[in-house]
Write a protein that binds this ligand. Sequence first.
Ligand code: AMP
Length: 211
Amino acid sequence: MDPVGYPDATSSPPGSPGSPGSPGSAGPGPGHDGDPPGGAALTDLIKALIRDVPDFPSPGVVFKDITPLLADPAAFGAVIAALAAGHGPVDKVVGIEARGFILAAPVACTLGAGFVPVRKQGKLPAATHAETYELEYGTATVEVHKDAFAAGDRVLIVDDVLATGGTARATAELVRRGGADVAGVAVLLELGFLRGRSSLRDLNLRPLMIV
Ligand code: AMP
């Protein structure tokens, strides 16, 4: 399975925001003033180019498939620019395996920052810090190389979808254990009905769109 975990709650009730065919709630979300990063035009692009795939990878889950967006060069470029904006100086950009890599690497290049992969357990070759967190059924572990950050680095965390927030929370802990500071958490899409942001209150969470 590609992402770290898929809570069954990612399936929206029919007619709820984010369910297939519903318009979703475009907007900057709590803590933001004015337009979302990239503006309403970008929100429209994201809405049009993220595909809901019901019952993947397991029954009851609505998978947010970003591959149509990645295949559209104008949309992909606009998303990378918006994810990179508004975080102040950034030394390193962390991408969360696996789709976070696709977004974080060009964000790092855009910002003139380094790229750091956060991977599932057992994938990184050198010495690692590890963080384990709860899933609906069982646990998951993410890791980062111990030497990935310099002391005091300002680190931007990037992923495609924020669901329960467990993966982003664990990644933020890895950054702190590496002696660095979290400058922000930038995601393409926040599944607001899962309230993942409640576990990230101390972080600067910037979704490009909330459904
Ligand atoms: P969470 O830890 O619950 O916030 O889950 C976030 C991770 O799982 C991210 O790496 C996402 O790529 C992935 N994920 C969770 N739910 C979905 C979903 N409905 N569609 C696509 N990816 C998801």
